[in-house]
Write a protein that binds this ligand. Sequence first.
Ligand SMILES: Cc1ncc(COP(=O)(O)O)c(C=O)c1O
Length: 507
Amino acid sequence: MMNVVTAAAEAPKFADLTHHLAPEVLVRKTNPLKDIIRISWENPHLVSLANGDPHHSLYPIRRVEYEVASAADEDPVSAWRSLGASAPTQLLTSSRDADSPRLHQASLAYGHGVGLPDALRTVTALNNAYHTAPHHVATMTLGNADAITKVFRMLGSAGDYFLADEFTFGPMPIAAEAHGVKWVPVRIDSGGIIPKELERILANWDSRRGKRPHVLYAVPCGQNPTGSTLSLERRKRIYEISQKYDLIIVEDDPYYFLQYDPPSTEAHSTQTQKPFPVSFLSLDVDGRVIRIDSFSKIMAPGLRLGWITSQPAFQQHLVRFIDLSSQQPSGFPQALVSLLLDGWGLAGFDRWVRSLRLDYQRRRDFLLGLFQREVAPGGLASVDVPEAGMFLWVRVHLEKHPRFTRKAEEVVEGGRTNARELMQELFEACIRGGLLIVPATVFVLPTETGYEEEGSVHIDDRSNFLRATFAGSEETMAAGMPILGKVLKEFFADPSTARIDATSTVA
Ligand SMILES: Cc1ncc(COP(=O)(O)O)c(C=O)c1O
């Protein structure tokens, strides 16, 4: 049970980064009961009258059988979707009567906060296959939202500053704000975080504000909401900056496996060529990357299962917190992914995720095709092609709107234009037209002002985007894009005011 933690403690040294820990971490005691029970896990020869676990013979679950898709086919996701009830499947069984009831029992018992040994073996095998991080260690989580909030809590306390993309996956920053963390936005472009903007903030940090930011929250692949993916060059540069300014990188990467080629003219490509990117984790020689993975996007979000990969010192504090809170992710999904990887093998898993990305790539191309047909001809919106993830970031050409206007010079708060108000109107018009689509304002990092470069365009004036997903069904996409095209046309045909040209202020 304890192999992962113990072996990790013997791994070659990472930098000592414990000064990044929040004060609450340093005063948090261990769960004393877990400390005692851990002795029996480490010394199975001991007669134990210690544990309050119900006896396993009394668990009223004899057998759990999962019938899962077979991953034997070259394009298993396609077979799974198209063949319906006759799609090939594989039976995975966890049973108290099987030759080896160990997994069944373990998945139903109290466990260690680090996770079920079989699940850890599984995610460690995935880490070894897709990343180069032999000395980092894995900790099971209830998915990325759970993992990130725990990691933020471990690193951030009142008055700390964290960095993130200026448009980002909003719930995570909000979670950290509740314990006093303040956010500093980093300027992005279609390639994600701009390294020199990151460095500009750190190099010019005014210590009168407080301690320099020490955590960077990054979504490197198919960023939510912008769909951008960081190039290897940017990743390396960001890592160097993190070393120079002593940052911890929280690498939230739920879309890692969903990588796409550029749209193809071939109607039926059967493989995607794009290699899986080099993660921040693979670049991490110091132990300053805390990588967060999830089964949500490659299996099912309701499993609530994922894993953190970190240097052992961080794992120790995470597990201490888990032992006092969630204790461990539910045993069923942990057992399921272990059985699944044993059943499919790594090669089967790889076939599955490559086939899955092909499926999402087709959906992306389908949505792009609809956009080109239904929206682009109006000249009122445009998109970049996302090379990963689930989202299309639609730029609305607000400068063409008849009521687009600059605010009076003496207005000091907020943007210099009425872009924010127009986007809210557009959002409401979409709903009236029958379409729900997310406006960029929802993703603006909650922050104080004063980090922008002098003369830069205010974030409100650059919030002229909508996020559309291609993860849904073709029917939904086919219904949605014509509505967007129509609503945009009507919205921009607004005759109520004369056009005021202020083109240069909208990005
Ligand atoms: C960037 C990002 N992080 C985290 C999550 C949450 O994922 P999980 O289901 O693993 O909690 C999402 C979900 O959409 C996401 O887009």
